[in-house]
Design a protein around this ligand. Structure first.
Ligand code: GLN
Length: 197
């Protein structure tokens, strides 16, 4: 499996490690490539869109011609895991002119709605498709405030969606790559077979 981590900005190494772990748990091996230029995404089987700063990630993927390739990847029904800033960039509406949202996940988001850096928090969150709750790390996390009809909500915190699936894209407000538990990467890339945490 060839996995591309959009690496223009954000927490790239952690996602690379998590997707390798998820693949190993499924008896596969993942070749991880970092995507900073156009021409790489078309060869990838799965994509990861990390957390970071959504305004910066948005600007760079459009400038480098990567945005159009991500859209084609999703149109071909290939999996994407988008986390935190990645979710913001993939949303339909980020309510911020500096984010040219890709419209790949039919949700609108409020950037930083869960608070500023000092308000980051962790929570045990039950997730649809996982038998045990997931230890979720939220860092200046976006809240999802409108969910389109075709979108499945997989997890909520205080009644607000924090993990959703829209076709081949799984998106989370939190950072599943920051713990040793790769079950969210499993759900995104191996949806039919849960393995032990
Ligand atoms: N607050 C950041 C943004 O709006 C996202 C934070 C994160 O990815 N941890 O882009």
């Amino acid at each position: 499996m060839k996995a591309g981590v959009i690496a223009v900005q954000g927490d790239v190494a952690e996602h690379a490690e998590a997707v390798r772990r998820a693949a190993t748990a499924h008896g596969e091996s993942a070749e991880v490539v970092e995507v900073r230029d156009s021409g790489i995404v078309p060869d990838c089987d799965v994509l990861l869109m990390p957390g970071g700063e959504s305004t910066t990630i948005s600007r760079l993927i459009h400038r480098e011609g990567i945005a159009a390739e991500i859209r084609e990847h999703v149109a071909a029904d290939k999996p994407v895991l988008a986390t935190c800033a990645g979710l913001i960039v993939c949303s339909r509406d980020a309510k911020d002119d500096r984010v040219d949202a890709l419209g790949l996940v039919d949700v609108s988001v409020d950037r930083n709605a869960f608070g500023r850096q000092k308000d980051s928090f962790e929570a045990k969150v039950p997730v649809e498709g996982l038998s045990e709750p997931f230890h979720a790390v939220f860092i200046r996390a976006p809240a999802i405030d409108e969910v389109g009809e075709g979108v499945e909500t997989l997890a909520t915190v205080d009644g607000r969606p924090v993990a959703v699936r829209d076709g081949p894209v799984l998106a989370t407000s939190f950072h599943p790559e920051l713990t040793a538990d790769s079950r969210i990467h499993d759900l995104a890339f191996f949806p039919d077979s849960e393995v032990e945490a």
